[in-house]
Design a protein around this ligand. Sequence first.
Ligand SMILES: Cc1cc2nc3c(=O)[nH]c(=O)nc-3n(C[C@H](O)[C@H](O)[C@H](O)COP(=O)(O)O)c2cc1C
Length: 186
Amino acid sequence: MQKILSLLLMSLIFLISFNVKAEENNMTAKKVLVAYFSATGTTAGVAEKLATATGGDLFEIKPEQPYTDADLNWHSKQSRSSVEMADKSSRPAIKGKVADMNKYDVIFVGFPIWWYREPSIIDTFMESYDFSGKTVIPFATSGGSDIGDSGKIMQSLAPQAKVLNGKKFSSGVSENELKKWVAEWL
Ligand SMILES: Cc1cc2nc3c(=O)[nH]c(=O)nc-3n(C[C@H](O)[C@H](O)[C@H](O)COP(=O)(O)O)c2cc1C
């Protein structure tokens, strides 16, 4: 009787650990990168939660020349961000590169909404890599505006990629909500 019980127990342990392993494999089947630009930290917070939710690598898109408070002043037409955003061909330089973009299947690209779309530095990012065969999924934070045409603009800059429309999140979005959002692509 004891033998049968211990055999049953062993099979149960095997089945549970097999299931856990299968779930882990499923989560890591697609290689995920979460790349983001954040001028004041809000998008960074969402990007970190998204990296945890997806098990993906995190990459911060850092400007070669950091944005000062004066640069971010949208009330002034002369501020750096206003000048850049008014010029569709503006491509602010990025410091550093993703080590091996080749290995990723799905790339989430996060940013704050600036003047109803993605900041120009995201345009620099989209033109810096070969996204052939990859899915790019934008995500954003904002003061209220939606993600707008960001996905469409990003698609035009990287025609070899499949760029989705993406979604805007509030800073307080939960990891669980993000997990549900990403489920269809991972
Ligand atoms: C230059 C600039 C332009 C902005 N334009 C918009 C906008 O068009 N619509 C909006 O809802 N919020 C706008 N915002 C607010 C940011 O999108 C919002 O604060 C965002 O969450 C900041 O993210 P971050 O902390 O990651 O930089 C703008 C902010 C800046 C600095």
